[in-house]
Design a protein around this ligand. Sequence first.
Ligand code: NAP
Ligand code: ZN
Length: 355
Amino acid sequence: MANVRAFAANSATTPLAAATIPRREVGPDDVEFDILYCGVCHSDLHTARNEWAVWPTVYPCVPGHEIVGKVTRVGSKVTKFKPGDLAATGCMVDSCGTCGSCKEGLEQYCDNGKTVFTYNSVDPHKTAPVTYGGYSERIVVKEKFVLHVSSKLNPAAVAPLLCAGITLYSPLRHWGAAPGRKVGIVGLGGLGHMGVKFAHAFGAHTVLFTTSPSKIEDGKKLGADDVVVSKNADEMQRHTRSFDLIVSTVAASHNLDPFVNLLKRDGSLVLVGAPEHPHPSPTVFNLLLGRRSLAGSAIGGIPETQEMLNFCGAHDITADVEVIPIQKVNEAYQRLLKADVKYRFSIDMASLKSE
Ligand code: NAP
Ligand code: ZN
């Protein structure tokens, strides 16, 4: 075992601070890498503050699941990585590997409930009570859960693809964002801005819904054909019964009916935002009169994550990032709560060396 520097939350109410955490020895199937950049996801904030009753936080908590780094060592059975390679890890580091979902490459939906998330999951290696994430110098991950990233792209801007990117890529592919389809993305934050980029890249007619009128111009620059300020009922009305698909990334509980009303017959509203408190149930008649669906989606499996990263390499797609030192992470959390991020914070992990 090795001790490495990290930033951790020690309780739901205290700011994140410097810490030392253990990393396991490199096993035969493991890849060890030095972390260059780690994105800041709103899920990091939900977890650091113990906001998800279904998934209580164990402290100390080291968040971070948008991780890009450089390989330092590999185990004897590793074939796809060698020291010096770029490597990345997202929200998962292991799963049962034998159930139907895992065999289909949908490890996030492991039928045995054995998905090991990158942080705040029981650590199967018992290096610590729970897994510790990417706000740290170094990580050791099973090869199957390590991804290749294009060296042509800026690694600081690649990191957010590992969660924000795949979480939008996957439902947009599954529910068919494509030419001739009208697709809405709700919320222009880390997830939402990747949704706008991917829906546009897939050729769908892309509409951004935002509560922030100041983001209209950016929404268009990112690829939206139209931007709707969702608080404006008249603007919303213009789009009644016109969408094939709407993906909501909103990180807070809100009324879903105004969005259900915008779906065509057979359209789907897919929730990816994971707020602390549930949304009020939408009106049942709005769903049944129109055969509309309300659905959810979680990140994406490992094969699809690699597909997404390859797509981004081929199409020169990355996140729009504000690079920060780790010492600014608490300030970044405050700004997330104010929907003030353009459009993902990416932590330069070299800043940990001064701790
Ligand atoms: P974010 O960067 O903070 O963006 C959320 C956006 O939602 C805001 O920028 C804002 O956009 C909009 N919003 C509207 N009302 C809001 C309110 N009252 N409070 C906060 N935001 C509001 O967050 P993110 O990192 O994209 O994550 C979004 C949500 O997805 C979080 O709940 C996160 O935990 C969840 N998540 C889910 C998955 C999954 O697998 N399903 C994966 C990652 C994250 P406008 O200013 O444009 O309105
Ligand atoms: Zn995330």
